[in-house]
Ligand binder design. Structure first.
Ligand SMILES: Cc1ncc(COP(=O)(O)O)c(C=O)c1O
Length: 436
């Protein structure tokens, strides 16, 4: 197993997470188990917030809740001064349950329902990020009925194709999200918003994709968005005051991944924006980012128990675990690659190449291909790293597998953030039609 960082391993050769022995966590809370390391989350939040403080125009760091949305997670990021990006009434509800400052919440989505919009306006969210022409009219009516002037921004497609998997590429012209620039759709939307007295246009938003390692697409986003803001001013006389660049900063999943530290991307973008604003003699707009993966991803490790092992001579060895694509759909969804280790054998040399199979009834339910491990045996605890983002939040009940518990660890303490689902949870909403 080749990991990219310094793993904490105790004198028994066991993996330590947040000062807790991974085998003890597995024994105490059961497997599969999502483990989140609080210090890792806080460290990244602080790096982002420090970088933001340096920027002349001010701004906000919003945690993209879609990466890992729980009540405790909301409380944790809020305690570090972050706001929140939500994309559904459900995510907003969790934020409300956490007592989140709703003025520091931005509501996104390419097809918000009227119910979503009503809930967001009533709650008093800081921004609604408009994504379609129809939404402008629907939202304007809802805000007017509520007697509110809702602050909004507009999602723009900057036409940047970042190098990442096509399913997580979002800034290109052929995307379901946002308004185009060259086709004039963005300008048409902005003019329509400016004509609505119940809406107040604050800024523009873009999100170019996720798990991006290069700096250039982010620099390009700064240039395109600033130029666009100025072009809108030229055309309408209205100067917006905020640019929201979304998230997208890459993280380690394997030792071959080579991201910068997350805040370094942001620093580069802010420097570029400051330089360009100074050159044009204008005030720096407020700067907003919405990192998700880079805050939660590397903080998370999933623990599984090894079950049956099937060695097919001259083909491969399948090591099955008690989790599956139901707790981590990313490998099946977009061939995501992970690093794993045997948490109780961290001091033992690798001696076999195996593939980690989930327990769901799908041949495609593979969690890791061709992992190098010490001798794996039934009962071993397998740790899969960097599962803090888009795992719990993308989990399903496929095969009626229950969502694992989520535990937060820090300084040797471990407490639940989310309880494991029970069998009763699986039938809680089942009802039987009267004719059956
Ligand atoms: C609008 C928006 N903001 C932020 C994010 C978070 O991106 P990431 O987790 O890559 O930082 C996403 C992810 O899809 C998004 O769509």
């Amino acid at each position: 197993m080749e990991h990219w960082g310094n793993l904490d391993i105790n004198s028994d050769g066991h993996l330590m997470l947040g000062g807790c022995d991974a085998l003890d966590l597995a024994a105490q809370f059961g497997t599969p188990l999502y483990v989140m390391e609080e210090d890792v989350i806080r460290d990244i939040c602080r790096r982002y917030m420090r970088a933001m403080k340096e920027y002349k125009g001010g701004g906000r760091v919003l945690f993209a809740g879609k990466a890992m949305m729980t009540t405790a997670m909301c409380k944790l990021v809020q305690s570090e001064g972050l706001g929140l990006d939500v994309v559904s009434g459900g995510e907003l509800y969790v934020a409300m349950n956490a007592g989140f400052d709703l003025g520091n919440v931005f509501f996104h989505g390419n097809n918000k329902t009227d119910a979503d919009l009503k809930m967001a306006v009533k709650a008093g969210v800081g921004r609604i990020v408009i994504d379609s022409m129809a939404e402008i009219v629907r939202l304007a009516n809802i805000a007017a009925e509520a007697g509110r002037v809702q602050e909004v921004s507009v999602r723009i497609k900057p036409g940047i194709e970042a190098h990442t998997h096509e399913y997580i590429q979002t800034g290109q012209v052929d995307s379901k999200f946002g308004f185009g620039i060259d086709d004039g759709h963005g300008l048409r939307a902005i003019k329509a918003i400016l004509g609505q007295p119940s809406l107040k246009l604050i800024g523009i938003h873009c999100h170019i994709g996720s798990q991006i390692f290069e700096l250039q697409p982010f620099r390009d986003a700064v240039d395109v968005m600033l130029d666009y803001m100025l072009a809108v001013k030229e055309e309408t006389g209205y100067m917006m005051s905020e640019i929201d660049f979304g998230g997208g900063y890459g993280i380690h999943y394997t030792k071959d991944d080579d991201p910068l530290r997350p805040h370094q991307y942001v620093q580069t973008m802010m420097d570029e924006l400051t330089k360009r604003c100074e050159a044009k003699g204008i005030d720096c707009p407020a700067f907003v980012i919405e990192p998700g993966r880079s805050i939660a991803g590397e903080a998370g490790t999933t623990l599984y128990t090894v079950g049956d092992i099937k060695a097919i001579p001259d083909v491969r060895t399948y090591v099955s675990v008690d989790g599956s694509m139901a707790d981590n759909p990313r490998p099946a969804l977009y061939q995501a690659v992970y690093t794993c280790a045997l948490a109780g054998k961290m001091d033992q040399p690798d001696e076999m190449t195996v593939s980690i199979a989930g327990r769901a009834c799908e041949s495609g339910d593979m969690l890791v291909w061709d992992a190098k491990l010490p001798k794996a045996e039934a009962g071993d605890v397998l740790a899969v790293f960097s599962t803090g983002a888009y795992n719990y939040s993308m989990a399903s009940n496929y095969n009626k597998l229950r969502h694992p518990a989520v535990v937060l660890v820090k300084d040797g303490k471990a407490e639940l953030m989310v309880k494991r689902q029970t069998y009763d949870d699986l039938i809680r909403n089942d009802v039987v039609p009267s004719w059956l």
